[in-house]
Design a protein around this ligand. Structure first.
Ligand code: ZN
Length: 121
């Protein structure tokens, strides 16, 4: 993996612009900058660009919350009612908590695969 691709992956994981590594991606916990505050690289490529973050968010919640809760229930560690409550509460809280990270992860995946698009603007 070349250095440019590594940077395109690691920078968004640290909430930094995939192009310059200086500007933040997230304004706050729920809002993204439309472009890099440092180099003005556009984060919003087109309408629906960040819809790729939705399956990432879903996968994170499923693998790191719902699956462990279900396995604990199946193995007898908790009751079915407890598992249902934990699953329901976690299915609301975790997607919100992971919203920011899943968007940054989406940018990392996108520019990690299509690193040449960093040169388009
Ligand atoms: Zn930048």
């Amino acid at each position: 993996m070349n250095e440019r691709r590594k940077q395109a992956i690691y920078r968004p994981l640290r909430n930094r612009c995939p192009k310059c590594g200086e500007g933040a991606i997230m304004q706050n916990l729920v809002h993204l900058h439309k472009s890099c505050p440092h180099c003005e690289f556009a984060y919003y490529r087109e309408d629906g660009f960040f819809s790729g973050a939705l399956p990432i968010n879903y996968a994170l919640v499923s693998v790191f919350w719902l699956l462990p809760v279900m396995l604990t229930w199946i193995l007898g560690g908790i009751s079915g009612t407890t598992a249902a409550v934990l699953s329901g509460v976690g299915a609301v809280i975790w997607p919100i908590a992971l919203y920011r990270y899943s968007q940054c992860l989406w940018l990392a995946m996108y520019y990690g695969v299509i690193v040449d698009e960093l040169d388009t603007e």
